[in-house]
Design a protein around this ligand. Structure first.
Ligand code: SF4
Length: 305
């Protein structure tokens, strides 16, 4: 059940209390963000957004025919060396804006026909983002809210998002600490991610689509296949099956390319091969999730390896 705008304002206040000392994400840096101190995400007290726009590159129930109303937040608390959004997730590009301005941007996206509001990497800014949502809902925002995140989330924060988020779109990146530590600076990612997915599933359950096939509510988990089996796809899918069972929607992605600092890590300095993606597809078949999205393989992708 969706919260009312008044309840959303109250949740935003509770989330803002988690900024000082900051524990909005599992890193729990405990810096005082409200006085301008910065932690591992390098974010301060203000909302910072790279851009807002209609986006057509998500899975079909998110993109639909008219696009997803995407808000790309600046900054990230996870430090993936292969980040494909590093220009704004790690280099800080973006503009500071008030919750009122973000609310107006979200309403504009709805006016342009967006099927949903899609917050990309909102975790470290979720307190003021929920304040913006409260204002936008007061002013007529009615489309679903998609929470598009790395999956490295605090369960305490997620509980405060119960009734706020309609569709969770988290990653499940790793099954083991070693690659999570080396490639994302988060050795506890597997355990944190598992607990987060359990809480998201408890809140929203299976993906629910409208008559046009657009997601209205539910959980859709993304998994990006990495070179040399580093993402341990089979083990990640086993965890998802264990937590959610066959009714979970899963998106298995092969779009990895060595962005940001990945060329400095020999084991991920290339795209994945067809054989690696095929092995991941076999694992997906093995578990038989009721909704699965896969990406088409272009013939020239092996040449790019
Ligand atoms: S949101 Fe930023 S400052 Fe807060 S705990 Fe996470 S990384 Fe640290």
């Amino acid at each position: 059940m969706r919260l009312t705008p008044a309840e959303l304002h109250a949740r935003a206040t509770q989330l803002q209390a988690l900024l000082s000392p900051c524990r909005l994400c599992p890193r729990a840096c405990r810096v005082d963000r409200r006085t301008g101190q910065r932690g591992a995400c390098h974010l301060g007290p203000l909302l910072r957004v790279f851009c807002t726009n209609l986006h057509f590159g998500e899975e079909p129930p998110i993109t639909g025919s008219q696009g997803s109303g995407t808000v790309f937040f600046t900054g990230c608390h996870l430090h993936c060396v292969f980040c494909q959004n590093f220009a704004f997730s790690h280099l800080g590009n973006g503009v500071d804006m008030s919750p009122e301005t973000l609310a107006a941007r979200m309403l504009e996206l709805q006016r342009r026909g967006a099927h949903n509001i899609n917050w990309v990497t909102p975790t470290a800014q979720v307190a003021l983002a929920v304040e913006a949502l409260a204002i936008a809902r007061e002013r007529g925002l009615s489309i679903p809210l998609v929470y598009n995140c790395s999956g490295y989330e605090s369960v305490e924060v997620l509980r405060l998002l119960d009734g706020v988020v309609d569709v969770y779109l988290p990653d499940a990146k790793y099954a083991s600490s070693q690659p999570a530590a080396r490639l994302s600076g988060a050795p506890d990612y597997p355990q944190v991610n598992q607990a987060a997915i359990r809480e998201m599933w408890r809140q929203v359950g299976p993906l629910q689509l409208d008559a046009q096939g657009i997601a209205q509510r539910g959980l859709l988990v993304r998994h990006l296949v990495l070179p040399h089996g580093l993402a341990e796809t089979h083990l990640v899918l086993r965890m998802l099956w264990h937590e959610c069972g066959p009714n979970l929607a899963v998106s298995l992605m092969h779009q990895y390319f060595p962005a940001h600092r990945a060329k400095a890590y020999p084991e991920i300095a290339r795209r994945i091969s067809w054989d690696e993606y095929e092995a991941a597809l076999h694992a997906l078949d093995h578990y038989g999730f009721s909704i699965a999205y896969i990406q088409e393989w272009e013939d020239d992708e092996d040449e790019a390896c």
